[in-house]
Design a protein. Structure first.
Length: 296
């Protein structure tokens, strides 16, 4: 709680109290009230209680500890790539992906005074990256902060000449700031993909349009990745995302995160996964869930 700027603490306290009374209705998100993740919870789960958490780990812990029924976590952005290191966090949490949601991001410049007076702006590094060109054009220096809405709360609590925040318009309403500029993303197609996490996986029919997320580590042999992924091509399984990452300080052991279209129990997907397991040290399925939008 003390990590939030003062104007956000009262709102956080109110939402935490509501969630404590009805944890089965609570959806945890990372950030202060008014963040994009807060907007995503309200849009995806209109009847839910949005439970703000300071970090991604706190949001996952809230679900695992029963303080919330689910969590909604941003995983990737169309302009700036990976948002959260779910590759590390999710396997360690023991939670399952049970859904996805896509939110159009509409960044605003929030503060007091006039746009021309702004010289520095605070926000989450993702938001700063998504508005990089706009900030350069307006000669505004970016300053990283833990969260978009928390940055707005900080500006409201400790106003400084020439300082503003990048956050959703909702944050301006919550913390009494002016909207100095709207739609400041570098591209109009600024979309963030969120995943829904729960303590238990869901069971879906094989024939439904679903996504399956997984992580794996290939064996350290020549052409291992090529061979491991060959089954997906042979079986006609569409892999919509493949991202590599390192764990444990080793440059030899590369792990991968992947999203594929299809159910693991579908015969052609099962055969592709069998091939993957044959050439991998391990394969971990993170969840199978209904596809929120076409990938083609």
């Amino acid at each position: 709680m003390e990590n939030y700027p003062a104007p956000a603490r009262r709102l956080v306290s109110e939402l935490e109290a509501k969630a404590a009374l009805h944890p089965a209705q609570a959806i945890a998100f990372q950030g202060a009230p008014g963040a994009n993740s807060h907007l995503a919870v309200s849009a995806a789960f209109p009847d839910a209680i949005a439970l703000p958490c300071f970090s991604f780990e706190d949001a996952l812990d809230a679900v695992r500890d029963g303080k919330a029924d689910r969590a909604l976590i941003p995983i990737e952005n169309s302009l700036h790539g990976r948002v959260a290191d779910m590759h590390f966090l999710l396997p360690e949490s023991g939670l399952s992906i049970i859904g996805e949601y896509f939110l159009t991001i509409r960044h605003c410049l929030l503060g007091h005074g006039a746009l021309g007076d702004v010289r520095e702006v605070m926000s989450h590094p993702q938001a700063l990256g998504q508005c990089r060109k706009w900030l350069r054009e307006h000669k505004i220096r970016p300053m990283a902060y833990a969260d978009t809405a928390a940055a707005a709360a900080f500006i409201a609590d400790q106003p400084q000449p020439g300082m503003a925040a990048i956050a959703p318009e909702l944050a301006a309403q919550l913390y009494g700031l002016d909207v100095l500029a709207r739609q400041i993303s570098d591209e109009a197609h600024n979309i963030t993909r969120f995943v829904v996490l729960a303590r238990a996986p869901i069971v879906l029919p094989v024939e439904e349009a679903v996504m399956t997320s997984l992580t794996f580590e290939v064996r350290n042999i020549p052409a291992a990745l090529f061979k491991a992924l060959g089954g997906f091509a042979t079986e006609g399984v569409n892999m919509t995302k493949l991202e590599s990452y390192q764990r444990g300080g080793s440059f030899a052991a590369t792990e991968f995160y992947a999203d594929i279209e299809g159910h693991p129990d579908s015969p052609h997907v099962a055969r592709a996964l069998d091939d993957l397991r044959h050439y991998s040290k391990w394969v971990r399925l993170l969840g199978t869930y209904r596809r929120a939008r076409e990938r083609r």
